[in-house]
Structures are given as structure tokens and as C-alpha cells.
Design a protein around this ligand. Structure first.
Ligand code: ZN
Length: 102
């Protein structure tokens, strides 16, 4: 499923999907679910998880400065604190929207 329209609205990201359904994802939840290697960690070939130092999240870590669509499969937010290495695949966005604590 692909989005036809993505708009930040207040503290949420509103995503309109090609089937006409809409998802609203809390930006704070989204930043905490950032899939990039420094936030989520990376597994080596032995299966050990390597994570960078715990990121210090500030209020502007949850503010979306701008965003882009990459490779036709993912959403790349640029947060107001400068972080922009996380790419959320569209199905990941949809799963986040369906979380009970969203
Ligand atoms: Zn990240």
C-alpha cells in the first residue's frame, strides 16, 4: 500500500493511502520508532545488537522540519534537531498507526 498524500498536522502525521483510508501517526511515537542504525541498532553477523549511545531527545526531536519520499517505498523525515537518517517503509508507517498506544 502506498500513500497518495502525507501531511503533518499538529503533532501527528496524516497519511492518506491509495485505498482511500487514512492513518494518523503521533510524531513522538514515530521518532521513538526511528529505524536507523543509530536509533534502532544494527545486528552483526553473530547476531549481536550494536547501538550507538542513547540519543538525547529534546522537544525539537519530535518536530518535523521537512520530509521526503525515497525510492518509492519509504518516508524519510527530517526532524528539527537535524536527525534525518531514518527511513520508514510505508508498511512500517501503517503498523505504527495501528499500535494501540499511538
Ligand atoms: Zn534514527
Amino acid at each position: 500500500m502506498r500513500p497518495v498524500d502525507i501531511q503533518p498536522i499538529g503533532e501527528e502525521l496524516a497519511v492518506k493511502w491509495e485505498d482511500g483510508s487514512e492513518s494518523f501517526i503521533n510524531l513522538q511515537l514515530m521518532r521513538r520508532a526511528c529505524p536507523c542504525a543509530s536509533c534502532a541498532g544494527e545486528k552483526d553477523i553473530m547476531g549481536n545488537l550494536h547501538k550507538g549511545p542513547e540519543a538525547t531527545l529534546q522537544p525539537n526531536s519530535f518536530v518535523l522540519a521537512r520530509f521526503g519520499i525515497v525510492g518509492g517505498y519509504g518516508f524519510q523525515p527530517q526532524w528539527a534537531d537535524g536527525h534525518n537518517t531514518g527511513i520508514f517503509a510505508f508498511d512500517h508507517l501503517k503498523r505504527l498507526a495501528e499500535l494501540p498506544n499511538n
